[in-house]
Design a protein around this ligand. Sequence first.
Ligand SMILES: N=c1c2ncn([C@@H]3O[C@H](COP(=O)(O)OP(=O)(O)OP(=O)(O)O)[C@@H](O)[C@H]3O)c2ncn1[C@@H]1O[C@H](COP(=O)(O)O)[C@@H](O)[C@H]1O
Length: 124
Amino acid sequence: MNDIQRVGSDNTLARIAAVIESRKPGNGGDPASSYVAKLFDKGLDSILKKIGEEATETVMAAKDGDPQKLLYEVADLWFHSIIALSHFGLKPEQVLAELARREGLSGLQEFAQRSKAQEEEPND
Ligand SMILES: N=c1c2ncn([C@@H]3O[C@H](COP(=O)(O)OP(=O)(O)OP(=O)(O)O)[C@@H](O)[C@H]3O)c2ncn1[C@@H]1O[C@H](COP(=O)(O)O)[C@@H](O)[C@H]1O
């Protein structure tokens, strides 16, 4: 197993989510010593602002054709997304479960099913 396979399979997301959870104000997070606690302290708008920034930086890294920068920015984006999930009491495992549920279902097929369901919805 190489380094990338090892890191990808050792539950890194769940461990980071557990640390993030421990930084919540009610769990003893200290904004003076923790970046995550400070962000929770600032509130949801600040968390969402970071996601917007990291998403923009992700796009810019890709447009610049800089793969290393792209990796860093996607890591920042995932990290701040996990903080947003935590704000709503959600865990990365639930996102992984949703992706697993979609496995094998073509995006085009899923879109067609969704469009058909919307067409069949009774009008208000
Ligand atoms: N994975 C991360 C991680 N990724 C990015 N960051 C921080 O997220 C911020 C990203 O913001 P920017 O790139 O915009 O940099 P910045 O200009 O310093 O940020 P702002 O002042 O604009 O908010 C930086 O301060 C990074 O240090 C992270 N901070 C923490 N973690 C993980 O979270 C854990 C808990 O961290 P603390 O809560 O600080 O103990 C750590 O042990 C790590 O595992």
